[in-house]
Design a protein around this ligand. Structure first.
Ligand code: FES
Length: 194
């Protein structure tokens, strides 16, 4: 009698399991939606860097034109413990954590900044995307300038805003890479502290 009672109780509870699972799943979905749409983190106003072994990025001449980019690799720092792909780019204006250099006698200053290319969502590799139409329509982000985009789940990062994630599932900004000038050589010397 007691056994059939507990079996009945168990059966009575069993139907609640999928309901609870659906509620939890729905709640998590709402949390993620809020996180992704409203809680994207701002990059630090003054980034702090951890020192890394110097890596030659290129010469100032490699950044002669606006949006010129140079890809390079830090010896370590990727989420898998291996080398970290990174990218330096010339921007129309200065960005915190970037480097401003003289681009030649009488020429305007060049504003450079470098980022890790490891997407902060699920670690695919971001690229500098100059195709504004593709960003507007393919990535569903309204912009009139190049952005760093991730091909895996379409996150968009704004280099002019310190690498902030501005669209897609990524929430955290891309870590910045410190650049220093040695003569005419641009050298990477640090990675932004998390
Ligand atoms: S890994 Fe970049 S958006 Fe998912």
């Amino acid at each position: 009698m007691a056994e059939s009672l507990s079996r009945r109780e168990l059966i009575k509870w069993l139907w609640r399991v999928p309901v609870l699972a659906a509620l939890l799943g729905g709640g998590y979905g709402v949390y993620e939606a809020i996180n992704v749409h409203f809680l994207k983190r701002n990059p630090a106003a003054e980034p702090e860097f951890d020192r890394v072994a110097d890596v030659a990025v290129g010469t100032v001449a490699a950044f002669s034109n606006m949006w010129d980019e140079v890809a390079f690799e830090l010896p370590s720092g990727a989420p898998n413990g291996g080398p970290m792909p990174a990218l330096a780019v010339r921007l129309p204006g200065p960005v915190a954590g970037g480097l401003t250099v003289d681009s030649g006698v009488g020429a305007p200053s060049a504003h450079l900044v470098a980022f890790s290319r490891v997407c902060t969502h699920q670690h695919c590799i971001v690229v500098l995307n100059r195709d504004v139409d593709a960003i507007n329509f393919g990535f569903n982000y309204a912009t009139d300038g190049p952005k760093l985009t991730c091909p895996c789940h379409l996150s968009v990062f704004d280099p002019m805003r310190g690498g902030r994630a501005v669209s897609g599932p990524a929430v955290l900004p891309l870590p910045r890479v410190r650049l220093e000038l040695r003569g005419t050589a641009v050298v990477a010397t640090g990675i932004e502290r998390a």
